[in-house]
Design a binder for this molecule. Structure first.
Ligand SMILES: C[S@@+](CC[C@H](N)C(=O)[O-])C[C@H]1O[C@@H](n2cnc3c(N)ncnc32)[C@H](O)[C@@H]1O
Length: 263
């Protein structure tokens, strides 16, 4: 039976506020520049990377800077609103409005990246198989999967986080709990308009299925090898289940020249 799909509004009609949400959830402002530097370090380990697909790339947090670094970048996301925001800021970006579970793009890319747990929104095994089969078939050389390290999370918890931009103060109350292997999170967003001090409260929710490294390796199959398993956006920070904020797996196609990029 298919799991009930909850579409988080922050990726849909609230996508305009995605950067604020991201800053609040990560507890750092504009960490994407550090993440892009990290991706550039990964791509530097291969002479082949010219074309990149950002899978679940939202409004182009990574895709737009990568275009500016000279890569030919395609942004795939199921959110039309996020893609329109990305297009407004970067006309060279190629856009694909598709879902991972119904991906129908017949084009190869030197690298596929999937950042900030985008692949964890796939809740069903059949959908995941289809998605990872596509990634394996259509990626020439390197794949990066980045997700939160959930091993550090208590089984249920709530917290408050904040972010701000020029226009808004943004407070988020998060509550999450695990039901078997699904992480359910509910959000209460409070937007405070800095100019008028008007406040708006909006509820949101999401469900995610995080993968262990063993599961990712299984989905990626024998033609792909993990060349780095990292705990943060830093090639020197190996993944440590107890302490790392993230789990970032870098896969390389086995037929490519093998290099270990974790220094
Ligand atoms: C948490 S955001 C990550 C965005 C970006 N990669 C980043 O690093 O900030 C997840 C993104 O994945 C997209 N997404 C979620 N499920 C998807 C699916 N099944 N197919 C395509 N895109 C999906 C959402 O629309 C959203 O833009």
């Amino acid at each position: 039976m298919k799991s009930t799909l909850i579409e988080p509004r922050i990726h849909d009609d609230l996508a305009e506020f995605y950067t604020l949400w991201r800053d609040a959830c990560l507890g750092k402002k504009a960490s994407e520049s550090e993440e892009v530097k990290f991706l550039l370090d990964i791509f530097a380990s291969s002479s082949k990377i010219k074309t990149i697909i950002d899978l679940g790339g939202s409004a182009g947090i990574h895709a737009i800077p990568l275009v500016k670094h000279g890569f030919d970048v395609t942004l795939l996301d199921k959110s039309k609103i996020a893609l329109n925001i990305a297009k407004r800021s970067c006309s060279q970006l190629k856009l694909v409005n598709e879902s991972f579970e119904a991906i129908n793009l017949n084009q190869n890319f030197d690298s596929s990246i999937c950042m900030m747990s985008s692949h964890t929104y796939l809740l069903d095994n059949i959908d995941r198989e289809l998605f990872y089969d596509w990634v394996k078939k259509y990626t020439n050389d390197l794949v990066v999967f980045d997700q939160l390290n959930i091993h550090r999370l208590p089984k249920s918890y709530s917290d408050n986080c904040q972010a701000e931009d020029r226009h808004f103060l943004f407070n988020v109350l998060r509550e999450w709990h695990f039901e078997e292997d699904l992480l359910h999170t509910s959000f209460v967003y409070e937007f405070i308009d800095k100019a008028s001090e008007a406040t708006k409260i909006i509820n949101d929710a999401q469900v995610q299925r995080f993968l262990s490294i063993e599961e990712l390796i299984k989905y990626m199959g024998k033609q792909w090898r993990v060349v780095a398993l990292l705990g943060d956006f830093n090639l020197k920070q190996a993944f440590d289940q107890e302490n790392s904020p993230r789990m970032i797996a870098v896969f390389k196609r086995v037929s490519s020249k093998q290099t270990q990029i974790l220094t």
